[in-house]
Design a protein. Structure first.
Length: 170
């Protein structure tokens, strides 16, 4: 609950491209981990709720570590794409070499992004092919190496005709 309140306060003004409150993405990511993949470790759920707080707000890793400890801080640091110093591809390769728990959080994050793409396709259709490719060529292989349920869920969406059409794959 502390991580949820912290994230809510930091992301309060933010919205997803489709207009929904950004906090919903964080809650859905944590829900995938807890309810669908039976991840119950507090640090993992806290990191899921905080995974974009450094990347998208003025929050620092030090603030996260001070508030939630080094384990949560390390996971949030691992999930943070350092804009300006790494590309999406480098970021995803870094996560793929990281600890399994980091890859699990990234897979849940990506699964929620996939499930909610329909909300923003009209606004960001030009970005959709790149999003699909990153999910298919970087995140799906991570899921296949560690968690069958994550891989199955990602594959079902990535192979869906609607997604393939909007990704210019068919």
């Amino acid at each position: 609950s502390k991580a949820l309140a912290f994230s809510e306060s930091r992301h309060e003004p933010h919205q997803r491209l489709g207009g929904s409150p950004y906090l919903l993405h964080l809650l859905r990511t944590a829900n995938i981990l807890m309810d669908e993949w039976q991840q119950r470790e507090g640090a993992v759920i806290a990191a899921a709720l905080l995974h974009d707080v450094v990347e998208d707000t003025q929050t620092t890793i030090k603030e996260v570590k001070d508030a939630f400890g080094s384990e949560v801080g390390a996971l949030v640091d691992g999930m943070t794409m350092w804009k300006g110093s790494e590309s999406h591809e480098v970021y995803l390769k870094r996560i793929s070499r990281g600890p399994e728990v980091l890859r699990v959080i990234k897979c849940a994050d990506t699964l929620d992004n996939l499930r909610s793409w329909h909300e923003c396709i009209a606004i960001a259709s030009d970005r959709f092919p790149d999003w699909w490719k990153r999910a298919n060529y970087h995140v799906l292989p991570m899921a296949r190496k560690m968690q069958n349920k994550a891989a199955v869920q990602l594959e079902m969406i990535l192979e869906d005709r609607w997604y393939l059409t909007h990704a210019n794959m068919i």
